[in-house]
Design a protein around this ligand. Structure first.
Ligand code: DOR
Ligand code: ZN
Length: 365
């Protein structure tokens, strides 16, 4: 039996308010606990987006009623809300800026719109950017000019991880996260089976709405560069982005993969394969996110794992409402058997035990 601290996922799309047919605070936090994650930071690209005091309250009210693990909620940067979101900073997980193509309405193309956010958002919390390739380089330049922490979400490319490495070496306050799907999947990897259990584990090269994700899945060279630069990666984040199977298989598939329940088993399997260490998991899913996002300690909180349990990932066994996983049929080694959150048994042997509303907003700890 392996004992881990309660893990932190700084990048989760809960979908509430507005799209609870995909997920809500109840199902997202159940999925988190089943994956050994005791604290989630929720993204603001909901419907409506979270971008001022009243929308923040809307999200936090639902969370207060329904969350079963601890949480904080991001606010989103819009074209004219820099003062408002800065004044909410102590109540928020951080500020999220969408600088590239994504799902939802929050997007800031013109760099003059970035300026007030970089000037005003309090420096003890990071600005988290969805930025890819050259827009990521621009975000790093902003971090340097304003001398403030910037956290780069879901790094997927070789050119990105190498630039982040160079920026860190020069003392620029940049940190980053990588998602499991960008380390375990490549462009052309497509879940084949129309019903999740029909062809477990079989994949084919081709196009499918299920493979849509932003940033896109990348090349072997990119994936290799990420694995070779694990020391540059501060956090493992899931970017849990649930959309239903019906939506993924539709004409207009929205981008995103669920990930809360598959991340830890995939990392533990990589440990068995000698590609990672347990210390890597602890630093990237507990020590570093806690430091970067200025998060409190969750007292008497831990995760127990049966390191030798071998099983197949199956959507049918998941708590997420979206009903699928890009890792269907993958054989993994390492099962979460028990989660204790603030002294209470929150998950045990496949069952979520903490009730709705047990989760606390870590910004009100
Ligand atoms: O694949 C993605 N899904 N990338 C994003 O940036 C947004 C996310 C979502 O909310 O579905
Ligand atoms: Zn995301």
């Amino acid at each position: 039996m392996l004992k881990l601290p309660g893990l932190i996922d700084p990048h989760v799309h809960v979908r509430e308010p507005g799209q609870t047919h995909k997920e809500d605070w109840d199902t997202a936090t159940q999925a988190a606990l089943a994956g050994g994650i005791t604290m989630i930071l929720a993204m603001p690209n909901t419907k409506p987006p979270i971008f001022d005091a009243s929308t923040l309250d809307l999200a936090l009210d639902s969370a207060k009623q329904k969350a079963r693990c601890d949480y904080a909620q991001y606010v989103g940067a819009g074209p004219n809300n820099a003062d408002k979101v800065a004044s909410l900073a102590d109540k928020a997980a951080g500020l999220k800026m969408y600088l590239d193509s994504t799902f939802g309405e929050l997007r800031l193309d013109d760099m003059t719109l970035w300026v007030p956010h970089f000037e005003k958002y309090p420096k003890q919390y990071p600005i988290v950017v969805h930025a890819e390739s050259r827009s990521m380089a621009a975000a790093i330049l902003f971090a340097a000019i304003y001398d403030r922490p910037v956290h780069i979400a879901h790094v997927s490319l070789k050119e990105e991880i190498l630039l982040i490495k160079a920026a860190k070496e020069r003392g620029i306050k940049v940190t980053c996260e990588v998602c499991p799907h960008h380390l375990f999947l490549m462009e052309g990897d497509v879940p084949l089976s129309p019903s999740p259990s029909a062809f477990p584990g079989i994949r084919e090269r081709g196009k499918s709405g299920r493979a849509e994700v932003r940033p896109r899945l990348a090349t072997q060279e990119d994936v290799d560069a990420l694995w070779q630069n694990l020391d540059v990666i501060d956090c493992f984040a899931t970017d849990h982005a649930p959309h239903t199977l019906e939506e993924k298989d539709s004409e207009n598939p929205p981008p995103g993969f669920p990930g809360l329940e598959t991340a830890l088993p995939l990392w533990l399997t990589a440990v068995k394969d000698g590609r990672l260490t347990v210390d890597d998991i602890i630093s990237k899913m507990y020590v570093n996110p806690k430091k970067i996002f200025n998060l409190p300690e969750q007292a008497d909180t831990f995760v127990e794992v049966d390191e030798n349990a071998k099983y197949e990932i199956k959507a049918a066994n998941q708590f997420t409402r979206c009903g699928w996983t890009p890792f269907e049929g993958w054989k993994v080694k390492g099962r979460v058997t028990r989660v204790v959150l603030r002294g209470r048994e929150a998950f045990k042997d496949g069952k979520v035990l903490s009730e709705k509303g047990f989760g606390r907003n870590v910004r009100e700890y």
